[in-house]
Ligand binder design. Sequence first.
Ligand code: SF4
Ligand code: SF4
Length: 150
Amino acid sequence: MPLRNQINTKEIECILNEILNTKSPPVSRCRLLSSGFSPGHTLNIVEDISGHKECLGCGNCIDICPFLFREPSRREKTEQRTSMALESIVGEDCDQCDACILVCPQVDTTIKHYVINHRMVEVMACLEQRIGDEDELDLDLFLEEALSQT
Ligand code: SF4
Ligand code: SF4
């Protein structure tokens, strides 16, 4: 079974940049810009779901979100693990790190490559600046603590 053609990012670059420049979780909109389920998926169902773009509720985007790592109490607001839940508990506090895009199984690889090749320098510079911020976690200390507990 052929793989579904993934979106050509040249065709959506403008809207993609608008999404990535907005201070709000970007994963659901990137999912909707993607090509959806491949006809070669291995789910054990007879229905043809190729092209469907629904959120799978896998929670990967919630698990990876650095803002929710810093503010774990926000997670208690809902037990849902969907992109809609991510939007409601993060909202405009989004760090714009784009990590949720990279871990979503429903976002096209072409979009992930675009993010890595065009956005990561900016994201890393922003994170580097924040690491020097007194209000943020000392990552070295955090790592030492985590290793001492293993
Ligand atoms: S993972 Fe990053 S981009 Fe996604 S919602 Fe959290 S802070 Fe925003
Ligand atoms: S990572 Fe999972 S929960 Fe988040 S948007 Fe993608 S499919 Fe939905």
